[in-house]
Design a binder for this molecule. Structure first.
Ligand SMILES: NC(=O)c1ccc[n+]([C@@H]2O[C@H](COP(=O)([O-])OP(=O)(O)OC[C@H]3O[C@@H](n4cnc5c(N)ncnc54)[C@H](O)[C@@H]3O)[C@@H](O)[C@H]2O)c1
Length: 348
């Protein structure tokens, strides 16, 4: 059993608490939050768990592994302190607010032989893992492009914009599926409700393999949509996470260009085959993710979404949103000018 502790009992923390109390290898020992009412609520629910308002006292109470579910701006400081105190550390997504800070955490964890993992829950969800298998097995052929839509009304985050809240999920899925970093990225968006905080945005990525992807994210949309489309030369997949069943549908559809029989003639042929919905496990992704972290600690293995992966996700988001860093990019920066908070603020 690994003695586990949790920092942060806001919106997401209680989900982690439930799973930490449930996971077989976890001895859920302590929690920490600045808010006494949240600590009291948790103590009523899990009577054996110690509560702390002070992080130093929490880190001294004998936990082996620390889970961090606090606002993004606090991740680096809290994770650094926990690693330096000798703990294994799980940090909710994204690992840190800059790739430089994420890299520093990865280096500290590696130098102290501690397990560091970023909480990219979707990378552990059965539909996402199934699609990874389909891509890697070649069943889809060459992946031409991927499109992601993650939109709904709210929840407006207090500390970050919609890109750092919602697009982090899509970028983690994208990097996991493709196993390569983008060479070029762009984004544009708008601050519709609050000054200097984008609530709608589009991000584009181009990969060294030639594959392209785009993500649409919004907190300002009438309907909830969690839809991803992956188009390959052999098959196409629609992954709809709002579907109660058949979340993944694989279509034997496509278009191919036939060899011209006469000079100047070309013909397209359309393939309209069957749709298959693969069987998927109903296991809870958050529990799979926490079990994976505890297994990695025990085995001394690198997690699927370890420090390096968490760092790559942050770097890909930075590529799409920073004016300063776009190696080899040919598109105009004009799109990015629309997303810079101060410019958007001036325009509002
Ligand atoms: N994996 C997922 O699907 C998923 C979903 C939602 C949120 N998240 C992530 O979870 C994290 C938390 O998000 P949230 O919406 O729960 O935030 P929140 O603001 O609702 O809650 C944060 C909690 O942390 C506490 N806190 C802040 N600073 C602290 C400190 N220094 N020491 C101790 N406690 C402190 C606050 O009092 C609060 O209770 C974020 O990183 C977010 O991206 C992940």
């Amino acid at each position: 059993m690994i003695k586990t502790g949790l920092i942060g009992l806001g919106y997401w923390g209680p989900n982690l608490a439930r799973v930490l109390a449930q996971a077989q290898k976890s001895d859920f020992t302590a929690v920490c939050d600045l808010d006494p009412a949240r600590l009291q609520r948790l103590a009523r629910q899990y009577p054996g768990v110690k509560t702390f308002a002070d992080v130093n006292r929490f880190l001294d109470c004998g936990v082996d592994a620390v889970f961090i579910a606090t606002p993004i701006g606090t991740h680096h400081d809290l994770a650094r302190r926990a690693l330096l105190a000798g703990k294994h550390v799980f940090v909710e997504k994204p690992l840190a607010d800059t790739s430089a800070r994420a890299a520093e955490l990865t280096e500290i964890a590696s130098s102290l032989s501690r397990t560091l993992m970023a909480g990219h829950t979707f990378v552990y969800s059965p539909p996402v893992v199934k699609i990874k298998e389909l891509i890697d097995s070649g069943a889809l052929g060459d992946v031409h492009y991927l499109s992601f839509s993650r939109v709904n009304l709210g929840l407006y985050s207090k500390d970050v914009d919609v890109v750092w809240d919602l697009a982090v999920h899509d970028v983690s899925i994208l990097l996991y599926w493709l196993g390569e970093m983008p060479e070029c990225a762009q984004s544009f968006g708008r601050c519709c409700v609050q000054r200097a905080k984008r609530d709608v945005a589009n991000l584009w990525f181009q990969f060294p393999s030639g594959r392209v992807a785009w993500c649409e994210v919004s907190w300002l949309s009438p309907q909830k949509m969690r839809r991803t489309c992956i188009v390959g030369s052999e098959r196409m997949v629609v992954y709809d996470d709002t579907e109660p069943s058949e979340k993944v549908r694989v279509y034997d559809k496509g278009v191919s260009l036939r060899r011209p029989e006469n000079f100047g003639e070309f013909q397209l042929s359309y393939r309209m085959g069957d749709m298959v919905a693969p069987h998927l496990s109903n296991a809870e992704p958050l529990l799979i993710e926490v079990d994976h972290f505890l297994d990695c600690i025990e085995a001394g293995k690198q997690p699927r979404t370890g420090g390096r992966f968490g760092e790559d996700v942050v770097r890909a988001i930075e590529m799409a949103t920073d004016i300063g860093w776009k190696p080899g990019c040919s598109l105009e920066d004009i799109f990015d000018r629309n997303v810079k908070p101060e410019l958007a603020g001036e325009a509002a």
